[in-house]
Design a protein around this ligand. Sequence first.
Ligand code: ADP
Length: 483
Amino acid sequence: MCLPFTDRATGLEAHKRRRGLWAQLSVTIVLVVLFTVALISLLSNVLIARRFEAYVLEQEKQEADNIVSNLSRQYDSLTQSWNTAYIHGLGMYALYDGYIIKVYDRDGACVWDAENHDMSLCMQIMDEISTRMEDRRPNAGGRFISKDYALSTSGDAIGAVSVSYYGPYFLNSADFHFLDTLNAVFISIGVFSLALSFIIGWFLARRISRPITKTVYIAKQIADGNYGIRFEGATRTREMDDLAASVNHLAGALSQQEDLRKRLTSDVAHELRTPLSILSSHLEAMIEGIWTPTVKRLESCREETGRLDKLVADLERLAKVESENLTLNKTPVDLLELLRTVSGHFALEAQKRNLALDVDGESTVVPADHDRICQVVTNLLSNAIKYTPENGHIRLTSKDTPDSGVIFVEDDGTGIPEEELPFIFERFYRADKSRSRKTGGAGIGLAIVRSIVKAHGGSVSAESQSEKGSCFSVVLPKRLRSS
Ligand code: ADP
């Protein structure tokens, strides 16, 4: 049905707006990679930052413990004095690491104070740390905090130390450098993966979309009636190769159908023209008084109408058999018995032409429409009789197999040329036109055979050699299938 013009215009617009397969595939691949890379980077970043902060917190605790244990060792219980020189070194060392310590003795008197010792250095270090942290971790809510630890030796309290540092944690410039390097590595990996995914996606999408575009083009050509076109070469994708093979098969089948249609038209025309022209010339001659209408002449006219009748009857039978509503009245049929019955109908004709007509084989019972299978054997046998010269041999055989019953119709007649064999089951196909016409065939008998056998879920095939004879085999399945 044609679309209204406006609908067609919007349809065209929508078609134009829709992105091609190639674009969709590459965009999807890039988006998927972009999303994956972003997700992985984000997760790794957050996880690493968290782990790193936990590690730094652990380090800080360790550092405080070290300071406390080192300081505890600097008290001489005998002389009850502190090793202030060592405490000074320790304090300065801690200061450069960001820890400002104050050491008190048991009585609370100051033993060593970093701020007293070098106030400006302390301020400078505190300032550096807080600026760095506020700059890089503005949401951490950090500030300088002090924690007091008791100092003792052999269980005796000897004093206390107050450790001030930027809490809850702080990172020095080396730590930030490490994190920055890590981030830079992540970004580089991300950019590299994106670029790579774009290139790979582009090639992949091209590889997939190219054969599809080609197939679409070929399908359009076929739709326009160019049945000679074929998909050449392989695609490296199994499904695409299957699609290409199917399209090629479709083109082949359509081209064959087209040939058959042309042949059918010309054959029907020819079949009709010959008897019609004979009839009209005879009748004209009789009407104009050139010929006296003798019985012999009138019989010749009837022969021609008979030929026309047969052709029409053949066409009708074929149409009926090929119609989709072909209903089969299936009953168990013994094929050997059926062969005997049909051969009985042809016994006289075979005798007249001096042909040996034998039936043998195994009894085999299949679910089939008796009358239609009779029709199949009749067509095959009448062909065998038609195409076997006098004194020839015809043999009908049945064979029983676990899944099917098989019929063979063999003759040692004219045979069929090898190149014609694939077509003999097509409508109106006559292997040797001049000889077939002489024998009165219109090329319909085998088409009827194929239709009936197909409706039974079976298969029919032919083997033949020119001038040596033919053998037709019909396989009918034993399992009942819907017809
Ligand atoms: P027709 O009515 O022309 O015999 P068929 O469809 O029965 O049509 O057969 C198609 C063609 O196959 C025939 O024209 C004939 O050339 C060939 N053919 C069929 N059966 C035989 C056979 N037993 N021996 C030789 N040729 C045969």
